[in-house]
Design a protein around this ligand. Structure first.
Ligand SMILES: [Zn+2]
Length: 448
């Protein structure tokens, strides 16, 4: 039986229950990266899909990390869509958690565990939905490619990057959906749903200072350590120039729907000459100013310092590493120019590694469909395009031409803040929010 997409085939309760069940099982598997150990999670998903009549493939990276790819055939009316979920998680210190991070405890209406929102929930929903489509004989217009990958938290090398480089035909798609959007953000009494349309580029940089070495008993005025310390201090305390770009669309959309005075403050933020004043003086919550600052400019954070080896020897060389991030429309060379202007002539910069930003226009039928699907399930919800300051598997999928959006639907109440849970202690997912997400993703895929 072939049925075209229509919202009347709503997500059955048993599919929502299956997503809960898969998530519970996945959360009990410790996939902290490093080392990742994604094998048992891949096996679990492969079993679920195989029992549901799909034919998952497990593709193992050169370092032995398994990745799962499964394809549900669509009618072929439109090109394929890839649904990506990384199975690895960041570390969790059990001493800081209310419930153990790998026990999948159910309490206070939530399922607790590392990966509950980042992003085993996507893997659980995707597996349940693909099996649900198969059981109901539903065929979306697009092939749905489900990729459950390793190693995202350590840079994607053994996961999405491996699939893109070694198995491009298995993961090539017109669009890719992944993390970085679709969750509720409560702001100014409204419910927003940021959907990632762009993510910043990465540019890791080494700063090097050199100077005369000498004995520590006779201080030198301009040693390598002093030059480096001054440059790092300047780089860390200055905001790099503001640039308009995808973040402007996000801030403008937020301003459009926010109540006064937040709407006015947000509009001021779009004026580059007002940015610092707004962020430093007008933002009521400094914790909120930080993510806005990160999407309005290129940024660097000093993360590694290296100099000297003996207390009584003034070293001739000192170096620091900076985690740099570039806005869409900005290049590595642009960032280096900005850094040189701030740091002065006493240091030089070397690029350690770089990956360009990713940007997809929100002006597509698919993006409008995703927004409409969210609004259908939360009539007061306001979907808005969003620039992610971080890094996702979209970096890899986009290399094959996929247009990437962050769409991992999750309904959250005001007291559960996504930003606190993401890589934070007590990561958890409200079970009714997970069910909501499963229903939204079902409709989104069926009508894509
Ligand atoms: Zn993630």
């Amino acid at each position: 039986m072939t049925v075209t997409a229509a919202p009347r085939f709503t997500c059955p309760p048993e599919v929502q229950a299956a997503a809960r069940e898969h998530l519970r099982a996945l959360l009990r598997l410790d996939t902290t990266n490093p080392p990742g150990n994604e094998g048992p999670a891949v096996d679990l998903l492969a079993d679920v899909l195989r029992q549901g009549g799909l034919e998952p493939e497990v593709l193992v990276s050169p370092q032995g990390r398994p990745n799962l790819v499964a394809r549900l055939a669509g009618t072929g009316a439109r090109p394929p869509l890839l649904l990506g979920a990384h199975l690895d998680v960041v570390e969790a210190d059990p001493a800081r958690w209310t419930h153990p991070p790998f026990d999948a405890v159910e309490a206070d209406g939530c399922l607790w565990g590392r990966g509950a929102i980042d992003m085993k929930n996507m893997a659980a929903m995707a597996a349940a939905i693909l099996v649900g489509f198969k059981a109901a004989g539903l065929q979306p217009a697009r092939d749905i490619i489900f990729a459950a990958v390793a190693d995202e938290e350590a840079g994607c090398t053994e996961g999405s990057a491996f699939l893109v480089e070694r198995h491009p035909d298995k993961v090539r798609a017109e669009f890719a959906l992944g993390e970085g959007g679709g969750f509720t953000v409560h702001f100014g009494g409204r419910r927003f749903y940021p959907l990632m349309t762009a993510e910043k580029g990465l540019c890791w940089v080494r700063v090097v200072a050199e100077g005369q070495p000498g004995h520590g008993s006779m201080p030198l005025e301009r040693s390598a350590v002093q030059k480096l310390a001054r440059a790092v201090d300047r780089l860390a305390s200055v905001r790099l120039p503001a640039h308009s770009g995808p973040a402007s669309a996000f801030v403008r959309a937020l301003a459009e729907h926010a109540p006064l005075p937040a709407a006015l403050v947000l509009r001021l933020l779009l004026n580059p000459s007002m940015r610092d004043l707004v962020l430093d003086r007008l933002f009521p919550d400094p914790a909120l100013a930080r993510p806005f600052a990160a999407v309005l400019a290129n940024t660097v954070s000093p993360t590694v310092l290296r100099a000297g080896g003996k207390t009584n020897v003034i070293p001739g060389r000192a170096e620091a590493e900076l985690d740099g991030r570039t806005l869409p429309g900005q290049t590595t060379a642009d960032l280096l120019r900005e850094l040189e202007a701030v740091a002065g002539p006493d240091v030089r910069f070397e690029v350690i590694s770089a990956a360009p930003p990713v940007e997809t226009s929100p002006d597509t039928d698919l993006f409008r469909h995703l927004c409409a699907t969210i609004r259908r399930h939360d009539p007061e919800g306001i979907p808005i395009p969003y620039l992610c300051p971080g890094f996702t598997d979209a970096k890899s999928w986009s290399r094959l031409g996929a247009r990437c959006y962050g769409f991992l639907p999750l309904r959250l109440p005001p007291e559960v803040r996504y930003a606190d849970l993401f890589h934070g202690d007590d990561e958890r997912i409200p079970l009714d929010g997970l069910d909501w997400g499963t229903r939204v993703l079902w409709d989104a895929l069926l009508g894509a």
